[in-house]
Design a protein around this ligand. Structure first.
Ligand code: TMP
Ligand code: ZN
Length: 411
C-alpha cells in the first residue's frame, strides 16, 4: 500500500517493473558504473482513480542542463502544437485585447513560439536550462524553474494574471501536483483557462502501451482522475478532446468552478471511462498480465530472429524504449544498435542495457533485416520517410497493440 500523490488516500500497487534507469539518460561507457537505478512500479488509487508511479526519482536527476529530449525534432509535433495554439486562441483568447499566456514545462518553445511569433505576451516555465536556452533563441521568454505555487506568485507580481495556462506532456510529470494546481488557481484570471495534454490512460490500457511508464511520467491521467484532482483546488474540468499524438493523448480544459458550462464531451467521456473499467482496480491487474505477456512475446521474437541470423536494430532511442528494453532484458546481443535523430543521443549508449545509439546515415547506408519501431507514436511520419527500407526487404517490428512484424505490402 502507498499514499496517493493526488488525494493522499491509500493507493494499491498493481505492477512492478524491477530495476530501471533514468529513461532519457543516455550515457558514455565511463559513466556505466555510476548509473542511477530505482525500482519502478505503479499504483492505482481507488478513491480518486489516479494511476501513478511509485518510488519517484528526484526531479533534478531527470531535468537538468543536459536534458536530451527536444520536442521540436518531430515535424508532426510542430504541426500539432500550431493546432493546439490555434485552438486556445480561437476558443478562449479571441475577446482579450492583450492576452497573457503561460506554459508549464515549455521545453524548447515548440508550443509558445506560436504565441511569441504574434508578439503576444507569454512566459514559459521549464527547469532544464539547456532546452530553455533554445526557446529563448526562438524568442520565447522562459523562466528556468519548476512551476509551483511560489513561482505563480512571482509571475503574478511581474506579469499579472494569465488568460491561459498551458501544458503539453508536462503536467503528468509533476509529483507535487497539489502545488501546481494551487498555483494555477492563483495565476488564472476569473475567466482564464488551463489547457493541458497528456498521454491518455484509456489508450494505454487499450494498447498495452506500457512503455509510456517511465521515471518522468508520474501520472497516467483519465478524465476521472483529472476531474477529482483539480476539484480539490476549485478547478473544474469543462471540456476534453482526444488527440492523435504520443500514442493517444487527451486535451483537458479546466477553469475556475462555475466559470464555464461543462460540455457533453466531458459527460460522455466520463461514461465511456466507466464502461472501459478505468475506475476499477481489476482493469489494472489485467493490464499487468498483458504487459508480462507482451514482454514474453517480444523476447521470443527477437530470440528467434537472432537464431535465424537476422540483424535487428532499434528505430529511435525514445524514453519509452528504455522501459521495454530494461523490463524485457533486451541488450546488444538481441538488438545490435538503435538509430536516433537527436545529435546529443548519438555516440552514447541506451540507459541500463547499454545498446549503442547511432546516427541515421548509418541506417541508410546499410539497412538491417528488421527495425523495431520504438517511436511507434510517430509511425506515419517515419514510414513516409523510410519507404526505401521496406522496398529493400526491410521489415518493421512493433509491440503495440501486440508484438508483430508489419506486413506493409498487404496494408
Ligand atoms: P517521443 O516519442 O517521446 O516524441 O521521442 C522521440 C524520439 O524519437 C527522439 O529521441 C527523436 C527520435 N526520432 C527519430 O529518431 N526519428 C524520427 O523520425 C522521429 C519522429 C523521432
Ligand atoms: Zn487518490
Amino acid at each position: 500500500m502507498s499514499t496517493c500523490l493526488a488525494c493522499h488516500q491509500t493507493a494499491t500497487p498493481v505492477l512492478n517493473f524491477g530495476k530501471m534507469p533514468i529513461a532519457n539518460n543516455l550515457l558514455l561507457p565511463e559513466q556505466f558504473n555510476q548509473e542511477y537505478f530505482y525500482d519502478m512500479a505503479i499504483a492505482f488509487c481507488e478513491h480518486c482513480y489516479a494511476l501513478q508511479l511509485l518510488n519517484l526519482v528526484e526531479p533534478d536527476v531527470m531535468y537538468h542542463d543536459n536534458y536530451t529530449f527536444f520536442s521540436g525534432l518531430s515535424k508532426n509535433m510542430t504541426l500539432h502544437f500550431q493546432d493546439f495554439a490555434k485552438f486556445v486562441q480561437q476558443q478562449y483568447l479571441a475577446k482579450e485585447a492583450k492576452p497573457f499566456v503561460v506554459e508549464v514545462g515549455s521545453n524548447d518553445g515548440i508550443l509558445l513560439q506560436n504565441f511569441a511569433n504574434q508578439g503576444m505576451h507569454h512566459l514559459g516555465v521549464d527547469p532544464s536550462a539547456n532546452v530553455a536556452a533554445i526557446a529563448e533563441q526562438k524568442g520565447v521568454k522562459t523562466l528556468v524553474d519548476f512551476f509551483h505555487e511560489d513561482v505563480a506568485d512571482k509571475i503574478i507580481a511581474e506579469h499579472g494574471k494569465a488568460d491561459a495556462i498551458l501544458g503539453a506532456n508536462a503536467i503528468c510529470h509533476i509529483d507535487q501536483i497539489g502545488s501546481v494546481a494551487a498555483g494555477v488557481n492563483k495565476l488564472l484570471k476569473p475567466q482564464g483557462v488551463f489547457v493541458f495534454e497528456a498521454p491518455y490512460l484509456g489508450e494505454i490500457i487499450k494498447k498495452t502501451s506500457y512503455d509510456q511508464i517511465y521515471d518522468e511520467h508520474v501520472f497516467f491521467f483519465s478524465l476521472h482522475a483529472v476531474k477529482n484532482l483539480f476539484s480539490q483546488h476549485d478547478l473544474e474540468l469543462i471540456d476534453a478532446y482526444a488527440q492523435n499524438v504520443h500514442g493517444g493523448s487527451m486535451r483537458y480544459v479546466l477553469a475556475h468552478k462555475g466559470a464555464y458550462p461543462i460540455t457533453d464531451n466531458v459527460i460522455n467521456k466520463l461514461e465511456a471511462e466507466k464502461q472501459q473499467g478505468l475506475t476499477q482496480l481489476a482493469t489494472f491487474q489485467r493490464f499487468a498480465q498483458n504487459v508480462a505477456h507482451s514482454k514474453q512475446e517480444l523476447v521470443k521474437l527477437l530470440t528467434e530472429l537472432k537464431a535465424a541470423g537476422k540483424r535487428v536494430v532499434g528505430y529511435a532511442a525514445t524514453a519509452k524504449s528504455s522501459t521495454i528494453l530494461n523490463y524485457s532484458g533486451i541488450g546488444p546481443d538481441l538488438l545490435s544498435c538503435i538509430y536516433d535523430i537527436t545529435p546529443t543521443k548519438q555516440g552514447k549508449f541506451s540507459p541500463g542495457m547499454h545498446i549503442p545509439v547511432k546516427p541515421f546515415d548509418e541506417f541508410h547506408a546499410d539497412y538491417p533485416d528488421y527495425a523495431l519501431l520504438f517511436a511507434w507514436n510517430h509511425a506515419n511520419e517515419i514510414m513516409a520517410k523510410e519507404t526505401a527500407f521496406a522496398e529493400q526487404g526491410g521489415k518493421w517490428i512493433v509491440h503495440i497493440p501486440e508484438v508483430q512484424i508489419l506486413d506493409l505490402v498487404t496494408q
